[in-house]
Design a binder for this molecule. Structure first.
Ligand code: FE2
Length: 209
């Protein structure tokens, strides 16, 4: 994906005037040498409550988990790696958590959930949704699928490559006390083609119930 295209998405995001920006991983495809450029392209993101992210499976594949986290940190972007950050809004706070790619095991994240507040987890792989609900996360934000990338779901639900991997391909899901949103992201994998799965910058509005 050309850096200019990423910058265009950054400009669109900033024009939406978000309170908080989160990203859910896969900043690279195969080439670790691209990490400096992609971080520079994303460095223009602005939000008063901060810009946060988690890592995807491609940061693991490219062995850039530590280096890209450092590069983002130098730009004021916080990659949460089995960590949490308290987002304070007046007298309230949101507990924002990030894990690498997917929840490794329950023990690694149990202490990150804060009872009595809203717990939002950035978790690249949507397959962890059931586990996340069991751990007490209120909302999981995931990516990874590209909405199927080559999807014929506009013809028939189920006609998507991503369905081979996960039942949570794109959009909103709810299960007992937990909610999941799977964004289609802005990039592509293998082939620079999308069909029936348009790129997406998601606006999420949190409301008190
Ligand atoms: Fe991925």
């Amino acid at each position: 994906m050309p850096a200019d295209e990423i910058r265009r998405c950054v400009n669109i995001t900033n024009q939406l005037k978000p309170d908080l920006v989160v990203m859910t991983g896969d900043y690279l495809l195969w080439d670790p040498a691209a990490q400096g450029d992609v971080v520079q392209a994303l460095a223009g993101l602005r939000a008063p409550y901060g810009v946060f992210g988690s890592l995807g499976n491609h940061e693991s594949i490219t062995d850039t988990e530590e280096s890209i986290t450092r590069l983002f940190a130098a730009q004021g972007i916080h990659i949460l790696r089995q960590e949490r950050a308290a987002i304070r809004l007046g007298g309230d706070s949101i507990n924002l958590i990030g894990v690498d790619d997917s929840i490794p095991d329950d023990k690694a994240v149990e202490g990150l959930v804060t009872p009595g507040t809203v717990n939002i987890v950035l978790n690249h792989n949507p397959n962890d949704f059931d586990q996340a609900v069991g751990l007490g996360f209120d909302l999981m934000l995931a990516g990874h699928t590209h909405g199927g990338q080559l999807s014929l779901e506009f013809l028939h639900r189920g006609l998507s490559l991503a369905r081979l991997e996960t039942p949570y391909v794109s959009g909103w899901y709810e299960k007992s006390r937990g909610q999941l949103y799977v964004n289609r992201g802005i990039g592509t994998t293998i082939l620079p083609i999308r069909l029936g799965a348009r790129p997406e910058i998601t606006i999420l509005e949190l409301s008190r119930t």
